[in-house]
Design a binder for this molecule. Structure first.
Ligand code: AQP
Length: 327
């Protein structure tokens, strides 16, 4: 079975974009690894209390999805091997490659200064993936470019030092790979968007979900059709419904022929409320037992560290470092 690795940053409350683009694709199978990438969460100024809460929150979602039962579920900062391999990637990648990263350009735009961490973070992501000989990386569309960079770095390293890394591939869902903001439908839905109405959170109550979808920005005209350029708001709602129900968008367009935007919003809201209900209930129950969450994460970190060590040993050897003395 192909090795799968994916990570989620504990940068805030999870939303349906994180769920549809990534979490829902995570398969609980032996040998797969799912990581709460907390080192990535400090590239921007952060609140320590929020990081702590956010880590337990992301873990509660992964546990609610049953990922800990078969797969390895762990916190990145519990496995120091990630930063060691990142240094080797830092010496493999180039400034030009990092400057071309769309996410960096978007986050740095118009700012006087950004952290070196924000600039270099794709190298840490490459290390996360390559450390475990990962073949498939389930992610949303915004992370595709970072996985492509990871492949380039792996190929470069392999050609300089001999076959070492597996070349990973990004895997994206047919619908929901880029869920857009409800209030700015040309942008993606984002944890860090300060506008609470822009996103539907996994822990939102049914009434909150209905209210946010009712308020969602729509487009001029009355026709309900999928056209992300001309009708980004309506297209986003159709895509959300399709991702939750599995109905192709063309079928939804037929179903909504002659119907109003209000009817579309009411339907989408019910689909999202029911689609999230079991997950929300499980997450709430799990969150009440932080000690158990920490126990699961500790066990996961031990397994991940054991998988990472032989890879690091091989990399050090290929790079010419002296073998470490046993401690
Ligand atoms: N809007 C989205 N639609 C589909 N997938 C999405 N993902 C994020 N936003 C959307 C996917 O969710 C996974 C976890 O994301 P992340 O925590 O690593 O950070 P991100 O990609 O930067 O997501 P956010 O929500 O926008 O966080 P902030 O605001 O902190 O930057 C990834 O697989 C991502 O593709």
């Amino acid at each position: 079975m192909a090795r799968v690795f994916s990570g989620v940053q504990p940068t805030g409350a999870l939303h349906i974009g994180n769920y549809l683009g990534a979490l829902r694709q995570f398969e609980a199978a032996p040998g797969h690894l799912y990581c709460i990438v907390d080192w990535h969460a400090i590239t921007e100024p952060h609140d320590p209390a929020q990081l702590h809460r956010g880590t337990l929150h992301v873990a509660s979602a992964m546990i609610a999805l049953g990922l800990h039962e078969e797969s390895v579920l762990f916190v990145q900062s519990h496995v120091p091997a990630h930063v060691e391999l990142m240094w080797y990637m830092t010496c493999t990648g180039t400034m030009g490659e990092l400057q071309r990263m769309t996410q960096y350009k978007a986050k740095a735009k118009g700012r006087r200064s950004v952290s070196v961490g924000l600039f270099a973070y794709p190298l840490l992501m490459a290390a996360d993936i390559l450390l475990y000989r990962t073949e498939k990386v389930p992610v949303g569309e915004d992370q595709r470019q970072h996985v492509e960079l990871t492949r380039d770095l792996a190929e470069r390293f392999n050609s300089r030092f001999g076959e070492t890394f597996v070349l990973p591939e990004a895997v994206m869902p047919p619908a929901g790979a880029r869920v857009r903001s409800l209030t700015k439908p040309l942008e993606k839905m984002s944890k860090s968007d300060p506008d609470p109405d822009s996103k539907i959170l996994l822990l939102d109550s049914p009434d909150e979900i209905r209210r946010k979808i009712k308020k969602a920005v729509t487009d001029t005209g009355r026709e309900i059709r999928y056209d992300p350029q001309e009708k980004p708001g309506i297209s986003n709602l159709l895509e959300i419904q399709s991702a939750f129900t599995g109905e192709p968008i063309s079928k939804l367009e037929e179903m909504y022929a002659g119907k109003t935007y209000r009817e579309l919003k009411e339907q989408v809201a019910e689909v999202v409320v029911e689609g999230l209900r079991p997950l929300r209930e499980k997450m709430e129950a799990i969150a009440a037992h932080p000690g158990e969450i920490e126990g699961i994460l500790k066990e996961g970190a031990e397994k991940a560290a054991a998988l990472a060590e032989p890879m690091l040993k091989e990399v050090r050897q290929k790079l010419g470092f002296l073998e470490r003395l046993p401690s």
